[in-house]
Ligand binder design. Structure first.
Ligand code: E4P
Length: 221
């Protein structure tokens, strides 16, 4: 499973990138609004952190078809790693289809149902982003159930779109994403940090070091 960082903060992205486990970056207008820098500067900083194989999802603000096309083309022209995020609306679907003809990759965002995912796949979205956490916020497990239905639909018809598990709230969400076979999950910085943590790892390390210290042994010179 690919692991993306869900952040527009270059400091967070650089820290996670250096851990060596990041395959992509997703941003959204809310995340960008928290950074406190001009958006073009944020974009360039992010692109300067990740390597040539790493996608960076940038979202349009327009809600009409023509506006989405114009903004998507501009964002995609910044760098070949840019994937354009479009909301799952009729205008978004129509723009996804058109942009596909131009070779511009789309991440269809704000997907909350299997029906929306089906339409996004039919329109040719490169990534489909079900917001699992926001559904679970309303009703426990409903997000994970929706995700599994979406994966079944993708399998039934061999759609090429990748399912990008989004709106991750905790470690359990990431583990569920991997268990049910999501293609990727986009994870906030604080949850990424928690993925590596386990109390038995900490306790085990403390014991290993104490035993080693007590033994008087040394590593080979
Ligand atoms: C996905 O690309 C979105 O940026 C994101 O996962 C939204 O999640 P939220 O519900 O934490 O805002």
């Amino acid at each position: 499973m690919q692991l993306f960082i869900d952040s527009a903060d270059p400091n967070e992205i650089k820290t996670a990138w250096d851990w060596g486990i990041i395959d992509g970056v997703t941003t959204n207008p809310s995340l960008a609004s928290k950074v406190g820098k001009p958006y073009p500067e944020i974009i360039q900083e992010i692109l300067g952190i990740v390597d040539e194989n790493t996608s960076v999802s940038l979202e349009v603000i327009a809600t009409d078809y023509e506006g989405m096309l114009e903004q998507a083309r501009k964002l995609a022209s910044i760098d070949e790693r840019v994937v354009v995020k479009l909301p799952c609306t009729t205008a978004g679907l129509q723009a996804t289809k058109e942009l596909g003809k131009e070779g511009i990759l789309v991440n269809m965002t704000l997907v909350f149902s299997p029906a929306q995912a089906l339409l996004a796949a039919k329109a040719g979205a490169f990534y489909i982003s079900p917001f699992v956490g926001r559904l679970d916020d309303i009703e426990e497990h409903s997000g994970d159930d929706t995700l599994e239905e979406i994966l079944t639909i993708m399998d039934n018809y061999d759609f090429e779109s990748a399912v990008l598990y989004s709106s991750v709230r905790d470690v359990a969400h990431v583990q569920h994403a991997a268990r049910v076979g999501a293609d990727a999950a986009t994870v906030p910085f604080d949850v990424l940090g928690k993925l590596v943590q386990h109390s038995l790892t900490d306790a085990g390390l403390t014991k290993f070091l104490a035993d080693w210290e007590a033994s008087g042994l040394s590593l080979p010179a």
